[in-house]
Design a protein around this ligand. Sequence first.
Ligand SMILES: C[S@@+](CC[C@H](N)C(=O)[O-])C[C@H]1O[C@@H](n2cnc3c(N)ncnc32)[C@H](O)[C@@H]1O
Length: 486
Amino acid sequence: MSTPTAPPEVGSSPKPEFVTTKKPSMISIDELVKIMEANTLQDDPREKRTERSSKLVKAYLIKNEPEFVRVMGFRDRGWMQNKDKGDAFFKAQRERADNADVSGEQKFFRMMIQIADEMNGLTGALSPQTARGPNMKVLDICMAPGGYTAAVLKFNPRASTFAITLPKDQGGHPIHIERSRLAGLQLLDVTMLVNEYTDKPIPPNHPDREKFLTIRPFRFHSFDLVFCDGMVLRTQQREDYREKNEVIRLSTSQLILAMQRIKPGGTLVMLLHKIDSFPAANILHIFSKFAKVEAFKPQKKHATRSSFYMIAKDVQAGHEAAKAVVEEWREAWWKATFGGETGTGEPKLDPPESVVLNMLEEFGEQLMEMGRPVWRTQGDALSRTEYAGDGSIVRSDNAVGLSNAVKPSPWRDLRESLKENVPLPNSRSPVGSSSWRALRENVPPQSTASPITPSPWDVVRESLKDRVPPQSSTSPTPLNKDLEDI
Ligand SMILES: C[S@@+](CC[C@H](N)C(=O)[O-])C[C@H]1O[C@@H](n2cnc3c(N)ncnc32)[C@H](O)[C@@H]1O
């Protein structure tokens, strides 16, 4: 995602209110190096590498946020120590998703309705927020199978719903909501709406020039609620050159379109991944300048994943900060689509450290407030999996509901030593030189899978195991609820 080069004027923009008792400590580069030494910071088995900007964010969170420290323990176990089991689990999940039959698709549709129900119950995102009231207009970008739109119509039968989604014959999900319930539907690839995203002409030498779409869907409407729930699909038929930049193309496309259609004071809901990565944290930070922002993660569905939703209410697309960032997204879409030597897109550069540190300085505290329930949900779910957990729910030392009697985590030593900037007391790190190399060269740290070295996180879990009674709300359920996910 594009990052602001200079912080725009924010004037009297609405800001979320957070009550905090003490300022979190900032992270320095020296501290990042120390944390890297003690920790892989690898958080997704499918990721080839973690960008340095995201490493900085994670290091800051390790220093300041126990709930994040806890989830890193489970990720470390699932992604690194039990890599084979974790890989097998994700492979099976991918295969099920890519080969869903009709009953699987219907299940997915119902699951999306349930997520929307839970989202509305917790955040009110699907309820009218603007003067248009129950006659609200809704734009669902990347709509199929249509669970969110179905949920909107259940809560607001007088709403007018408009949708854009990838056609099935291009690999998009099939539509399960009745089409007659929609006020408008455009079946197209949202990343190709060239006239929405740039004023410049399509470069004449582009190999797929004729595939770009010049229409501007629902241009004369403004929407009270906009969903951006797109996910780059493995099943979409795309030219090879698109692979490297598709994530940024899809996210910028949705964001620009949403901001160009949303009504002042409207609500924007967007699927994001990894609240502890720079791109996601940065989006939340940017939106907090011109909207009231919350993070929502369903308790059960996709709970082991790092995905979550940004709920941005009272979005003011006319705010200077909003206009500035839309310009940056338009530039980012152009570079990802037409940049580079071949004119078919160039990779996005990681932002300079100063930009990341500035974001953390301004927004780190709020990021932790927003992230806490997200990490807690993922941590609880991972603790119940075969590949990452041990079947018990173990909360971090400062986390809600934990008795004071709980033994301190070795990671607290790490945090304390960083605060004081003193050497670590006998680091129990499973990773040493590989992390140094990973930091220097920005490559994935070596797996510790073979032979399996006990992780410090295991020590934490072992030490807490007998002390924390299982909690009824999170009592072990059949392993991997996500197995049912499509
Ligand atoms: C997670 S599903 C959305 C589920 C939906 N929110 C619901 O409630 O049913 C992701 C959707 O993004 C769509 N999608 C992915 N890439 C797209 C693209 N380039 N243009 C339009 N839609 C796209 C997929 O076809 C799929 O329908």
